[in-house]
Design a protein around this ligand. Structure first.
Ligand SMILES: [Zn+2]
Length: 209
């Protein structure tokens, strides 16, 4: 006779607590993702529902909206996609972990966050050059002591350099020697990401309802 197992279904909200504060975008609990890392304001939590990442303590949706607005240049807001393939691949080495960023956006997190002020995402455009650079740097981060060293040297992103001079010398050498191999891996990762809506960098335009 076939046995039917009694599986308890626990809603995500049941996980809310001091260690798991609510996500500023959607209100579901945030769970630990990455421990403290040099150059970041604190450990990083992420929302299992909309994917938003929060560095250090969470300040609520107003603060997340303010940081989102700071990413605007002209008509569009450019985000590094925390739900991108590069982020899944790189984890703590992901390019989007940067000293000044406290909220790590995904397309879904942006949708839910801006809905709080009656806005919608009108269009999203994958940014090929920025995305390739981001994935390339994420791959290099897995072999360097510092973080975002190559793009930092090119003045394209803030770097977190390694502490010791000998480590910085190895990082510079590794970034040069592995530049082409990393690009050859980054290319298919990013093309697949673009095809599945999981590219690294998107420009979003928003409008009021
Ligand atoms: Zn969320």
């Amino acid at each position: 006779m076939k046995q039917v197992e009694d599986i308890r279904v626990v809603p995500l909200e049941a996980g809310l607590g001091p260690e798991n504060p609510p996500c500023p975008a959607c209100g579901e609990p945030l769970f630990g993702w990455i421990g403290s890392k040099e150059g970041l304001a604190g450990p990083v939590r992420r929302c299992e529902s909309c994917g938003l990442g929060v560095v250090g303590s969470s300040g609520g949706f107003e603060e997340a909206l303010r940081e989102f607005d700071l990413l605007r240049t002209g008509e569009a807001v450019q985000i590094a996609n925390r739900a991108g393939f590069a982020c899944s691949l790189g984890s703590a080495g992901w390019f989007g972990l940067q000293p000044q960023g406290r909220y790590l956006f995904t397309l879904e997190a942006v949708r839910r966050l801006i809905a709080r002020r009656d806005q919608v995402v009108k269009s999203r455009r994958w940014q090929p050059a920025a995305s390739l650079a981001a994935t390339w740097q994420t791959l290099l981060n897995s072999v360097t002591f510092g973080h975002n060293v190559a793009l930092g040297a090119l003045d394209k992103a803030p770097a977190i350099p390694a502490g010791q001079p000998w480590q910085r010398r190895i990082d510079a050498l590794a970034s040069v020697v592995l530049a082409i191999p990393a690009f050859l891996v980054a290319l298919p990762v990013e093309l697949a990401g673009a095809a599945f809506g999981r590219g690294s960098v998107y420009a979003l335009s928003t409008e009021l309802l």
